[in-house]
Design a protein around this ligand. Structure first.
Ligand code: ATP
Ligand code: MG
Length: 214
């Protein structure tokens, strides 16, 4: 089986994530796309972070209509900071015959050399890098690893045989940061998130002016 592993803070999940996941699934012919909310994202500790059950419920509400999308609680259940390498190893161990694609936006990919054990990532799993506005980031590999890749039209092949593939998706300039800001300022988030997610956030008052989010 070909599966995508889509990690993120999902604080909250939005239509930018969902549309990108749909297009990546189509482009790479993935049968499953696994959304994996981070427990504590190593790069964003304590920054307006909604509680894991809230972020998890929003992901579930957002993906429920799509039979190929699923949620994994592996990072939430592991607790502590969430390192992608640990998560990927776990999926590979549990489904040794599957072909995995780790899915990241180009903003995240451009900082991948700051991730825990990032060098190992490239020999462990295929990586699909999706475009994201403003799109300023070139398709840059970490400098320290440049010699380990061969360039192809669609991306790079690592000496391990794993791929780094760049996929252009419909540019939707939506971010969780902008959504949190809109809620804080009392502005609408309609059409930035699925209606079911908007209902959860608005009814329960997450990210609102009175809410302590960290
Ligand atoms: P924040 O503003 O809090 O950082 P975010 O919108 O960037 O939130 P994340 O949970 O950080 O959302 O993103 C998870 C993954 O999804 C990252 O790899 C990110 O690059 C990618 N991503 C997020 N939004 C988009 C988008 N609009 N288009 C393409 N990729 C996206
Ligand atoms: Mg982000």
């Amino acid at each position: 089986m070909r599966a995508g592993l889509f990690g993120g803070t999902f604080n909250p999940i939005h239509l930018g994530h969902l549309r990108a996941a749909e297009e990546i699934s189509e482009a790479l012919d993935l049968e499953r796309m696994v959304f994996i909310p981070a427990n504590i994202p190593p790069h964003k500790e304590g920054h307006e972070l909604a509680a894991p059950p809230v972020r998890e419920r929003c992901v579930l509400a957002a993906i429920s209509e799509n039979p190929r999308f699923e949620l994994s609680r592996v990072e939430l259940e592991r607790g502590g900071p969430s390192y992608s390498i640990d998560t990927i190893k776990r999926f590979i161990k549990e489904h040794p015959g599957d072909e995995f694609w780790f899915v990241v936006g180009e903003d995240a990919f451009s900082e991948i050399d700051s991730w825990y054990k990032y060098k190992e990532l490239f020999s462990l799993v295929n990586i699909a890098v999706m475009s994201r506005p403003p799109g300023i980031r070139a398709h840059l590999l970490p400098r320290a690893l440049e010699g380990e890749f061969l360039a192809e039209e669609w991306g790079y092949v690592h000496s391990s045989g794993k791929a780094v593939r760049f996929v252009s998706v419909t540019p939707l300039d939506i971010s969780s940061t902008a959504i949190r800001e809109a809620i804080r300022e009392g502005r609408s988030i309609r059409y930035l998130v699925p209606e079911t997610v908007r209902e959860i956030l608005e009814k329960e008052g997450h990210f609102g002016p009175g809410e302590l989010n960290d």
